[in-house]
Design a protein around this ligand. Structure first.
Ligand SMILES: Cc1cc2nc3c(=O)[nH]c(=O)nc-3n(C[C@H](O)[C@H](O)[C@H](O)COP(=O)(O)OP(=O)(O)OC[C@H]3O[C@@H](n4cnc5c(N)ncnc54)[C@H](O)[C@@H]3O)c2cc1C
Ligand SMILES: NC(=O)c1ccc[n+]([C@@H]2O[C@H](COP(=O)([O-])OP(=O)(O)OC[C@H]3O[C@@H](n4cnc5c(N)ncnc54)[C@H](O)[C@@H]3O)[C@@H](O)[C@H]2O)c1
Length: 471
């Protein structure tokens, strides 16, 4: 039986970064993947395909240049699925190659097959025609999650599907119902609406993306409606089925019955109400590791499960379930497993959120609602892209950046942005917050001109001017 210092299950972002870190520490490491491709949801079904589709949609429809060239501007008419997926196929192939080479260069042994625990320190790897058992001292479970697929929904992969199958559509539908207004539902609703698909979004709560600052989520809902998306908020779907409708000729449609009694019909339905773990198939009972009802694992601050030599990272441990955080969790878990404990610069309260909807949204730190609840006195400073030369050059008149500034110390408590480049722009605020900076930093700093970064200076002036009136 082959013996390793460390076995990692899953080649998504958590597994990848854990494996490279273990190799950099001079450890003998094996990483196991059950799919036929590397990279997990990040590369194959989630982050990269959805972001590539978004880029293609914005470019080919001309939507992101309409502020400059007028509302009828188009780069290509009659956009096909092939046009849209060409970019993602290129990026995906490139990413597979990058990961494969990283493993090779660092001496990480990649083993294809489905892994499950055989005993406390042994893992069985099953392929179509062989079984192998390998052993290790330490383990990292980076097995990710899969879309929730309740048995009462008649999924068929082409008209009723989850985010795993939407990337394989063979044609662009005219209409789509999106069930679930979380990050996946809102991102895809915006992408599809940009492509001219008539979208109805059904969300159980009364507000989309409730973790966002309310001013930003209100602005976002306004943008979605402006794009022609019908929002059914505070509504739940009780039944989904395929129906045959006669309108001169027979048409197959998807029908969603809402608890409120409304009936929605469309050509397609995307079901995006959250994700579900895959722990049942890992043989965890043979090691004594427990998981919750959504098959997720509980870990301590060092990413150890209840069995201390078995670590877990990424989506399998739940919130925040992002590729960005998964990578860092995987790396940190392995550092701890091999005694490297002084890994600095980690502040979970400064994790940024990036939502690649149309428009883009990003945030770091606290929202106005959180600060109010916590009794922290603050003032907001706002910059609108239309006041900034770069905003005008981009033709983005509706973007904005908001700083939340402590009333007495002027420290930055939160940054919220909606508009072009928001997910990049947020990192300036994140760095200043991490270094305990204040609004005066932005006033005194010189930014390149013309850039969106100038928003920070304008927002700081706006916030400090309001505070001057308080004094
Ligand atoms: C549509 C969509 C869009 C997203 N967009 C973003 C975004 O813009 N930004 C962002 O930060 N995050 C985004 N995410 C989230 C991000 O993709 C995940 O947080 C991230 O992929 C989780 O990484 P992971 O390593 O935990 O697991 P995964 O990426 O899910 O990888 C787990 C791997 O483990 C393998 N595996 C599972 N069980 C076994 C087994 N028994 N044996 C062997 N291998 C096994 C799986 O095959 C898979 O390859 C998005 C997700 C989705 C679905
Ligand atoms: N840009 C990004 O960072 C990004 C993008 C996509 C996905 N992700 C990750 O993927 C994960 C999964 O995303 P998701 O959107 O599937 O899940 P989610 O948990 O974020 O959202 C699910 C939504 O569905 C709603 N819902 C649940 N049941 C419903 C019903 N019966 N009818 C109507 N609405 C219902 C919930 O209220 C919730 O708003 C997230 O945790 C996220 O971190 C991240």
């Amino acid at each position: 039986m082959k013996q390793y210092d460390c076995i990692i299950i899953g080649t998504g972002p958590a597994g990848q970064k854990g494996a490279i870190q273990a190799a950099k520490l001079g450890k003998r490491v094996a990483i196991i993947e059950k799919n036929s491709v590397l990279g997990g949801a990040q590369i194959n079904t989630g982050t990269i395909p959805s972001k590539a589709l978004r880029e293609a949609a914005l470019y080919l429809t001309g939507a992101n240049q309409r502020g400059l060239f007028g509302s009828t501007h188009h780069v290509k008419k009659n956009i096909t699925i092939a046009d849209l997926t060409a970019i993602s196929q290129q990026v995906i192939r490139h990413e597979w190659e990058v990961i494969r080479k990283q493993f090779e260069r660092n001496g990480v042994e990649l083993i294809w097959g489905r892994a499950e625990f055989e005993g406390p320190h042994e893992v069985r790897i099953q392929t179509a025609d062989a079984t192998e058992i390998i052993a290790a001292d330490k383990f990292l479970l980076a097995v990710g999650t899969k879309p929730a697929r309740p048995s009462h929904v008649p999924f068929n992969e082409h008209t009723i599907f989850t985010s795993d199958e939407i990337v394989c559509l063979d044609h662009l539908p005219k209409t789509m119902i999106v069930v679930g207004g979380g990050v996946i539902g809102t991102e895809y609703a915006c992408i599809m609406a940009t492509l001219g698909v008539r979208v109805t979004l059904v969300e159980g709560s009364n507000r989309l993306l409730g973790f966002l600052d309310r001013e930003i989520s209100d602005a976002f809902q306004y943008h979605m409606r402006q794009k022609g998306i019908t929002l059914r908020l505070g509504e739940k779907v009780s039944k989904i089925e395929e129906v045959e409708i006669e309108t001169g000729r027979f048409r197959h449609l998807v029908q969603a019955q809402l608890e409120s009694g409304k009936t929605l019909r469309a050509e397609t339905l995307l079901y995006a109400v959250g994700r579900q773990g895959v722990c049942k198939s890992l043989g965890l009972d043979r090691v004594g590791i427990e998981f919750d009802d959504r098959e997720r694992l509980i870990v301590n601050e060092q990413y150890q499960t209840n069995v201390d030599y078995v670590y877990a990272a990424g989506d399998v441990i739940g919130f925040p379930s992002l590729a960005s955080t998964a990578m860092e969790q995987g790396r940190r878990a392995i550092c701890h497993a091999f005694g490297v404990c002084d890994v600095g610069n980690y502040n979970t309260s400064l994790f940024p959120y990036g939502i690649y909807a149309v428009p883009e949204i990003s945030m770091v730190g606290k929202t106005e609602e959180q600060l109010t609840t916590e009794g922290i006195p603050y003032e907001s400073g706002i910059a609108h892209y239309r006041e900034i030369a770069r905003g005008k050059l981009l033709g983005d008149d509706s973007g904005m950046l908001k700083l939340l500034i402590h009333q007495e110390t002027h420290k930055i408590l939160g940054v919220h942005a909606i508009g072009t480049g928001a997910t990049e722009l947020i990192h300036i605020g994140q760095a200043v917050m991490a270094l305990n900076g204040d609004a005066e930093f932005f006033i005194n700093n010189v930014f390149n001109f013309p850039t969106l970064a100038e928003c920070y200076k304008v927002a700081a002036y706006n916030g400090l001017n309001k505070l001057n009136h308080v004094r």
